[in-house]
Design a protein around this ligand. Structure first.
Ligand code: HDE
Length: 687
């Protein structure tokens, strides 16, 4: 028998010089990792096989309970760089000095789907940042939308039960388009503002690198004099906010379930590090009192036009996790993790979260020692008298595990000066279960949001509402939602009703707790307005057929790379194509697995003859048909135009002929502008 081969022919990988020995978890060198211990030549496996049992038992316990919400996530390491001395507002050391860097770990997530669901459902995205500051960990556990569905934590389990899979049938997975969700919404008008955001393009992002983040609640900043101000946290994506269309998101879900995870990973591996600015809206009690809504109500924004956002730092994500489970899965965020110089507000949603996250980590990670996991460890000294518990990783020494004490030396002590002091705020009033009167206006900001959108964005919201309600089986639920939409905006309600086939005039308005007001529109809420423009960080596809002009291919590629876009060459066969000069152009993707929905803009180049096999090819036709439908810039040479004709796509300002450097430059300009919304309404598009 040759060395390294077992009797059954299986391959053994034995340790060579300098290679570590494979061992059991106790360090016992393993001789055979391919075969269990048998009693007899073809006999039963023996209970004695402790190596088999150790390996299988470990495997059986590999999964931990997934997060009840935000189960599917992707994360990265990086740093936060302070850009402004914020000591007039806060003593928080990570905001104290320009250029000061604080390590961070940031996890993005979808909310409703399970850990194995897809990346591109219509859903809010979690945006949770752990700052490892020199005064302890600060977790800013936010979302990519600045408001929330509910005002009081006691409604959270109801909201989540409504949006998750319906409990009897176990579907739909990762989707809000079903009866229970809209039933809940229709009976909870406080969710209306968030619904407007959820039905906007924000919930179908192109990339996790292209979402903004928000702390949602009002927090407090406290300075050295003990003076406090309110604050709202905003993360602004360096690449700007960009979204897919709905049809594109659906198709991506089929083509690449890991689309966002892969995109984030690959960008960081390439050295194309995503960045965000951290901005603060800082305001005092007098400003809060002057607003027509309550700043403790998490269903409200404070428009930037009223309280401007001041940029105080930036975050760069520059390192992928080394191990998905150890880091992305085991990271434990808690809004109660804060540092001196920050404090909470009385937002009743935030107050409930202060309890929930610690509790959930105990259930998920199984022990109050979860802070000892490497990803959760503070990067500053941690010392106290908490002891023992499951999975205790430390070995505390000495006989003193209590305070006050006098028996030890160099034991941890309190510091009234440097320690965290809750603000000594006075609270008065009867103890009761209530919703403050100041939380009663559920429609004015929903209206403000809708009316602040550009026309294409409004159109997408109407389509999204019609799609979601079109999936609702119960007519009474659909009608009830429409009765709220009337109060948001009559044209919106009418447009949705038309798409559902509900007769004009048959929708009656709900009775609002407070009459909605017309607030001045806030153009900064529109994501089109906040789009950064440019091709940097965008992923484009070049579909190349045999015989394509080598010079044009190289000119186009160079120009795109100079604009710092990522270009993927797609060919019918993964080995690539021969160009006009006989050289082989390697492909990054085969046509069958690389539909155009995966890319921000597309180009099709080929030799006339080489293009022939693609003209009748459904995947090639769909490549262009979808690029057209998804409002993308399309660059074509003569052969590409033949394919466009075969696919039956239209022609407009964002379909460009490519022949030389000049035409390529024109294409780049058009592609840099993002989606070509002017195309909407043309045959083959969605509106
Ligand atoms: Fe969460 N939320 N949440 N949430 N949340 C969780 O904690 C909860 C809320 C958010 O990447 C859970 O560790 C309650 C608002 C993010 O690990 C859980 C309430 C916002 C993440 C929980 C809210 C968020 C979570 C599940 C209402 C935006 C993922 C697993 C009172 C500001 C963090 C976990 C990560 C995760 C509870 C509302 C954001 C169960 C009770 C509002 C980004 O503890």
């Amino acid at each position: 028998m040759p060395p390294g081969t077992g009797q059954g022919g299986e391959t053994h990988q034995t340790a060579g010089v300098g290679q570590p020995l494979l061992t059991s978890n106790q360090g016992l060198p393993v001789a055979d990792n391919q075969n269990s211990l048998h009693g007899g030549y073809r006999g039963p496996t023996l209970l004695e096989d402790f190596l088999l049992r150790e390996k299988i038992t470990h495997f059986d316990h590999e999964r931990i309970p997934e997060r009840i919400v935000h189960a599917r996530g992707s994360a990265a390491h990086g740093y936060f760089e302070c850009l402004r001395d914020c000591s007039e507002w806060t003593t928080a050391s990570f905001l104290s000095k320009p250029k000061k860097r604080t390590p961070v770990f940031t996890r993005f997530s979808t909310v409703a789907g399970g850990a194995g669901s897809v990346d591109t459902p219509r859903d809010v995205r979690g945006f949770a940042v752990k700052f490892y500051t020199d005064e302890g960990n600060f977790d800013l556990v936010g979302n990519n939308i600045p408001v929330f569905f509910i005002q009081d934590a006691i409604k959270f389990p109801d909201l989540i039960h409504a949006v998750k899979m319906e409990p009897d049938r176990g579907f739909p997975q990762a989707a809000s388009a079903h009866d229970t969700f809209w039933d809940f919404v229709s009976l909870m008008p406080e969710s209306l503002h968030m619904i407007m955001w959820a039905m906007s393009d924000r919930t179908i992002p192109r990339s996790l690198r292209m979402i903004d983040g928000f702390g949602v609640h009002t927090f407090r900043l406290v300075n050295a004099a003990g003076e406090w101000r309110f604050v709202k946290f905003h993360w602004r994506a360096g690449l700007g906010v960009e979204s897919t269309t709905w049809d594109e998101a659906v198709k991506i879900a089929g083509a690449d379930t890991d689309y966002h995870r892969r995109d984030l990973w690959e960008a960081i591996e390439r050295g194309d590090f995503p960045t965000w600015e951290l901005g603060l809206q800082v305001f005092d009690q007098a400003t809060a009192d002057s607003l027509p809504f309550d700043v403790l109500d998490p269903t409200k924004v404070i428009p930037e036009e009223i309280v401007p956002i001041e940029v105080v730092g930036r975050m760069v994500l520059d390192r992928n996790p080394s191990n998905f489970f150890a880091e992305t899965e085991q990271v434990a965020f808690c809004p109660s993790h804060l540092v001196p110089g920050l404090d909470f507000s009385n937002d009743p949603l935030l107050q409930g979260r202060l309890h929930s996250y610690l509790d959930t980590q105990l259930s998920r990670l199984g022990t109050p020692n979860f802070h000892q996991l490497p990803i959760n460890q503070a990067r500053c000294p941690v010392a106290n008298f908490q002891r023992d518990g499951q999975m205790q990783m430390q070995v505390p020494t000495g006989r003193v595990a209590y305070e006050p004490n006098s028996l030890g030396s160099r034991l941890p002590r309190e510091s009234p000066e440097r320690g965290f002091n809750s603000l000594p705020l006075e609270e008065t009033g009867p103890k009761q279960r209530l919703r403050p009167e100041s939380f009663a206006d559920h429609y004015s900001q929903a209206r403000l949001f809708f009316r602040s959108m550009t026309a294409p964005e409004q159109g997408h919201m109407i389509n999204a509402l019609a799609f979601e309600l079109g999936k609702v089986e119960t007519g009474a639920v659909r009608d009830r939602v429409l009765s709220h939409l009337v109060l948001v905006d009559e044209t919106l309600a009418q447009a949705v009703a038309d798409k559902l086939g509900v007769a004009a005039g048959s929708i009656s308005a709900a009775t609002p707790a407070r009459t909605p007001q017309d607030l001045p529109p806030s153009p900064t809420l529109s994501q089109v307005a906040s789009r950064a423009g440019g091709l940097k960080g965008r992923h484009l596809a070049m579909l190349v057929a045999e015989g394509a002009d080598a010079e044009l291919v190289s000119t186009t590629r160079q120009a795109l790379e100079k604009a710092r876009a990522r270009v993927s060459v797609i060919a019918q066969k993964i080995e690539g194509v021969k160009l006009s000069d006989g050289s082989l152009l390697k492909a990054d993707g085969a046509l069958a697995g690389s539909p155009s929905c995966l890319f921000g803009a597309v180009i099709v180049l080929g030799g006339e003859e080489g293009m022939q096999p693609l003209l009748g090819h459904p995947a090639a036709q769909d490549f262009l048909r979808d690029a057209w439908r998804h409002l993308k810039a399309i660059g074509l040479d003569a052969a590409g135009q033949q394919l466009a004709q075969a696919a039956g796509i239209g022609n407009d300002d964002a379909v460009l002929m490519l022949s030389d450097r000049k035409t390529v430059a024109r294409y780049l300009k058009v592609a840099a502008a993002g989606k070509h919304f002017a195309r909407e309404g043309q045959p083959g598009t969605d509106v």
